[in-house]
Write a protein that binds this ligand. Structure first.
Ligand code: FE2
Length: 294
């Protein structure tokens, strides 16, 4: 089975294109690398883009970009995806840096854009703004979380790292504890997008930058139980939740154990179903605000 190797970008429609570009450049510290009549492309550092923004009638995450292992034959991958009964389309030169991609939809309607090769922009890190290391993960509400987890595992090759009860799953496609989160919800939509920062002091500096723009935290700082990352949450110009995190668990894939950390509950720490929801959500105690998971 050909499995996706890593997440590269998230693509958004927005009714407030200029407001979102301002948030991702001036506040988040991404670089606007390319802009045409249709789309704006923003990069954290090495990849050509990490965030794509297009004008739309409503704010939504419409697509995720995943890189496939080097040497993958996109025709073979197309056959593998269609064997699941899915419709696919092959797109040539649809993006400035990706000459060949395979497009199909997940079971919630989010478009998956899979490709093997992509040219980088080589812009490096911004010296202003938050300037994250990378896109870490994207979380979605699903009206049938068990079905969506099955899609990401069976079709894209993800593995479940941990479950919070039976309603919130954390899935990995590489050494990071999670790249896709799926939580049961009233409707299918993105819940939050998360960027990795260097360390705890970077989170502090990011909070100070947000404060200068009078952008309040909606939750955090927290120490999550699941994934054990330190995190804060704020909202962008479209009212979407952005998570900033560091110290996320990393998984030894052969042994299926997490690299040891002082904050773990078990030694070794392994994937499991967390029944203590409060501990899974925040070891430091403060629960999420009401309605946070919707
Ligand atoms: Fe998250």
């Amino acid at each position: 089975m050909i499995k996706v190797n890593r997440i590269v970008y998230a693509s958004f429609e927005t009714p407030d294109l200029e407001g979102q570009i301002d948030h991702y450049t001036r506040v988040m510290g991404l670089t606007l690398v390319d802009r045409d009549a249709d789309a704006a492309y923003l990069s954290t550092s090495g990849d050509h883009h990490t965030v794509v923004l297009r004008k739309g009638s409503a704010a939504r995450c419409d697509a995720l970009g995943f890189q496939l292992p080097p040497g993958t034959d996109l025709g073979d991958y197309d056959r593998q995806i269609r064997a699941h009964g899915l419709e696919t389309s092959r797109r040539r030169d649809a993006q400035p840096n990706i000459s060949d991609a395979l497009l199909f939809a997940d079971d919630t309607g989010t478009r998956v854009e899979a490709f093997v090769e992509a040219e980088g922009a080589g812009v490096g890190f911004q010296r202003a703004g938050i300037s994250p290391n990378k896109l870490g993960h994207v979380a979605f509400n699903s009206t049938d979380v068990q079905k969506t987890v099955k899609f990401y595992c069976d079709v894209l090759g993800f593995k479940v790292s941990d479950w919070m009860g039976d309603f919130f799953a954390f899935l990995r496609c590489g050494p990071d504890h999670h790249t896709i989160n799926l939580v049961q919800g009233e409707r299918n939509k993105m819940h939050h997008i998360a960027f990795e920062l260097r360390d705890w002091t970077h989170i502090r500096d990011a909070c100070d930058l947000l404060a200068q723009d009078r952008i309040p935290l909606v939750w955090g700082p927290v120490r999550h139980g699941i994934g054990h990352n330190l995190s804060t949450y704020h909202r962008n110009a479209d009212d979407q939740i952005i998570e900033l995190f560091c110290e996320l668990d990393r998984v030894n894939e052969d042994l299926e154990v997490y690299e040891p950390r002082r904050v773990h509950q078990e030694f070794p720490q392994k994937g499991k179903v967390w029944e203590d929801i409060a501990l899974a959500a925040n070891m430091w105690g403060t629960p999420p605000p009401e309605g946070f998971l919707d």
